[in-house]
Design a protein around this ligand. Sequence first.
Ligand code: NAP
Ligand code: ZN
Length: 352
Amino acid sequence: MIQAKGMAAYQAKSPLQPYTFERRDPKEYDVVIDIKYCGICHSDIHMTRDEWGFESSFPMVPGHEIAGVVRAVGNRVSKYQVGDRVGVGCMVDACRTCAHCEKNLEQYCLSGSNWTYGSMERDGSAVTQGGYSNAIVVTEDFVFRIPDSLALDKAAPLLCAGITLYSPLNHWRAGPGKKVGILGLGGLGHMGVKLARAMGAEVYVLSHSDRKREDALKMGAHHFLSTNNTGVFKEFSNSFDLIINTVSSAELEMSNYFSLLKLDATLVSVGAPDKPLSISPSPLIGMRRNYAGSLIGSVKETQEMLDFCGKYEITPEIEVIAPSQVNEAYERVMKSDVRYRFVLDMSKLLET
Ligand code: NAP
Ligand code: ZN
């Protein structure tokens, strides 16, 4: 077995603490990765606090925005070599044979994808543990190549925040001539701004205060709307082609946001609050509008997104911290006080 060290929640809502555990020895198609950086996603907070009611097992090592370097490979691995710069996102496997997996949509695997942490390994042998650690062992088909133009610390958040916005922007065809709203300017939202801008859309940020206006415009948004000024809902009604909701809280008056959509336009929720959103169908009915959801992105799409970001040098705004600062970082994320993604530097793990 491979000895690993990380930061774990020993039980729901408890602060993360140092944790020593074992990873499996690499099987024939496995890649052993020395983790260099791991982003902090708001989902890590929902999960370690058990806010989604999954009754997950603890101790839990969170983290699914993983960037590192290949340490070793199994004897049948063909895609990677020792020393390659690689990433791992939210999934470590899927059945690979169901109708969805066959269509390259492993995140919607009909028998359940195997999530990077708080899930089971495909063979049922162990609970998965994530990237707030110094090493991980993953089957090569769920490992991604990080383009040389991307620094590893900046590449890490692309593995969840990047792909979770790239996939719906791509699916609902954000591009020239489309007015796209990004609701919530956090880790996911700020990647949405950069990606939608690079795809050629006209980008609006909808944020619940005025505090992030300057940042949003610097990131490439064409316009910034502060939604605490309710006049914006009237002013911009029936004008958006697509809105992506990245907000982590259920405290949203959804009818207001639906009213911003044009006829037949779509609002996609990617934000996954711990409480249900309250929705009235009236504003959907009245203008044949659509309300949809979207979950991360597929393996194929994730590599495509990394290559797209590599080509156009699209990277997140990050604050790199030591693993010992993770609990403080969680508090700041919960207060929307992150500009715009915390990334853990695993070389500092031994200091914890
Ligand atoms: P984050 O960095 O905390 O950003 C969330 C943003 O939501 C905040 O920056 C804030 O933006 C806004 N917000 C927070 N509280 C609010 C409130 N009370 N009212 C209105 N707006 C509020 O979180 P994240 O990492 O981007 O994740 C966002 C959500 O997406 C989480 O629920 C996460 O679990 C989920 N997620 C889903 C997927 C998926 O595949 N669907 C993948 C990853 C994460 P403003 O200050 O600009 O308003
Ligand atoms: Zn995530």
